[in-house]
Design a protein around this ligand. Structure first.
Ligand SMILES: C[S@@+](CC[C@H](N)C(=O)[O-])C[C@H]1O[C@@H](n2cnc3c(N)ncnc32)[C@H](O)[C@@H]1O
Length: 429
């Protein structure tokens, strides 16, 4: 029997022998698979893993993903003929998830190509797109010619010369998102997006040409993105209904239209201070889901684990209502240890698990008896204190009355030897 550091039995096909950075267990494995590859967004997890977990499910199951993100779980379910509902607090991700789950009428792919050509023509000829999103320090994201070209493209997309179906227009917005991020001065590190270096180490801008020429490369990128997105519609199309609901996973009874979910496959935010709002802000500002920094911070505060912008000051003011509220033996010591080095971080960790506890209690209410839950989580380290995230999740499930709780270690997350990803499994009695 294999027991991990925290006394949980390790079982199944995911034993940690020779654990490496397994790319098929990350988003990298998804990019070639149809709609999963539309945008490379930070929150996504591995399609391969989801498919493995779905192997026991059939058409009578009703799957739930309470932290939908880019919609990996509902889309995998839909392609396998399994019904799925998902929830996310971020309206941009809810829009994207539902678009991925759409069953498009025949001919949509061709209509996307035609509409994309109309849009690029209009953008080239009119150049009257003066609106730019109110993204802080926008000049760090795009140089002026690129920004002009993007603004013209966005204007043409919003005001088409020939009307097109809403679904076609939505698909073109995804193509726009791709071009917008491809032409931005950002690079993607292990888990988050950062600005490329400036000065002598700078990566040359995609668009060094002057204003008059700059719409051409943007138009080429847009045409290519629209073509790829159109073609992807035929790859593993949904054969069952799936839907993503906008709402808070700490209050599932209020969000979900049904009860009796038989399987949960999900990946909640990890307690690693990564903010999805921070990561997704260029998409959200361009598409109109965010219009100012205050709204961004407030949305991040409502998200579990968010600390972006004003969410930080709100966290500063947050206090737990009771001590000993997290039923994990060393929890208070761990929080105190982290808090001694950085008071805000101690509070961050505490609030994160208060929120997850609330979520697990809400989850119980919407599950069918015998429902199986699979939570993909990553552990963290703050200064010298390890945060045994998987062990705390297991304890929270047990405390909420779940049975057969066990932890599988699935992969190493970074080059740091202590950071792993796990699946916490639990069953509602
Ligand atoms: C790790 S990501 C999920 C990734 C997803 N498995 C995928 O493949 O894209 C976590 C998601 O939880 C969402 N989230 C955070 N707090 C939430 C809450 N209170 N209710 C619902 N969703 C929330 C975030 O917006 C984010 O999209």
């Amino acid at each position: 029997m294999n027991i991990d550091l925290f006394g949980h039995v390790l079982t199944g096909s995911c034993l940690p022998a020779g654990l490496g950075r397994r790319d098929h267990l990350t988003f990298r494995g998804n990019v070639a698979v149809g709609r999963h590859g539309w945008l490379r967004l930070t929150p996504a997890y591995s399609l391969h893993l989801v498919r493995e977990l779905l192997r026991r499910c059939g058409p009578d199951d009703l799957v739930l993903d309470p932290f939908s993100g880019t919609g990996t779980t509902p889309l995998a379910c839909a392609a396998m003929g399994i019904r799925c509902h998902a929830v996310d607090i971020n309206p941009f991700l809810v829009w994207l998830g539902n678009l991925k789950l759409s069953r498009f009428p025949q001919g949509t792919s061709r209509a996307v190509g035609t509409a994309a050509a109309d849009v690029t023509d209009a953008a080239h000829n009119a150049r009257n797109g003066s609106w730019r999103p109110d993204l802080h320090a926008i000049e760090k994201w795009w140089d002026e010619p690129t920004l002009d070209a993007l603004a013209a493209l966005w204007h043409a997309l919003r005001h088409p010369a020939h009307p097109c179906a809403e679904s076609v227009s939505d698909l073109l917005r995804v193509a726009f998102c791709r071009v917008m991020i491809q032409s931005a001065n950002v690079s993607f590190g292990h888990q988050s997006m950062s600005f490329k270096k400036t000065g002598k180490d700078a990566v040359p801008s995609l668009l060094t040409e002057k204003h008059a020429l700059s719409t051409a490369p943007i138009a080429r990128l847009f045409g290519a993105a629209a073509r790829e997105i159109g073609e992807s519609l035929a790859v593993e199309p949904p054969s069952a209904d799936g839907r993503v609901f906008l709402g808070d996973s700490r209050d599932l009874l209020a969000v979900l239209p049904e009860r009796g979910y038989t399987t949960v496959i999900t990946s909640p935010p990890y307690p690693n201070r990564m903010s999805y709002i921070r990561e997704l802000r260029p998409y959200m500002y361009w598409l109109g889901y965010l219009s100012d920094g205050r709204a961004a911070g407030e949305l991040d505060w409502r998200a579990i684990g968010g600390t972006w912008g004003c969410a930080t000051s709100m966290l500063n003011a947050w206090r737990p209502t009771t001590q000993g509220d997290i039923p994990f033996a060393r929890f208070d010591d761990i929080v105190e240890g982290i808090g001694k080095r950085h008071a805000l971080l101690g509070r961050y960790v505490h609030k994160y698990f208060v929120d997850i506890r609330e979520h697990i209690l809400a989850l119980r209410e919407v599950l069918a008896p015998g429902a199986r839950c699979h939570y993909i989580v990553g552990n963290s380290k703050f200064y010298e204190t390890m945060l045994p995230v998987e062990g705390i999740y297991a304890a929270l499930f047990e405390d909420a009355g779940f049975v057969d709780v066990r932890v599988d270690t699935i992969r190493k997350r970074t080059s740091k030897k202590e950071l792993f990803e796990f699946i916490v499994h639990a069953r509602r009695p």
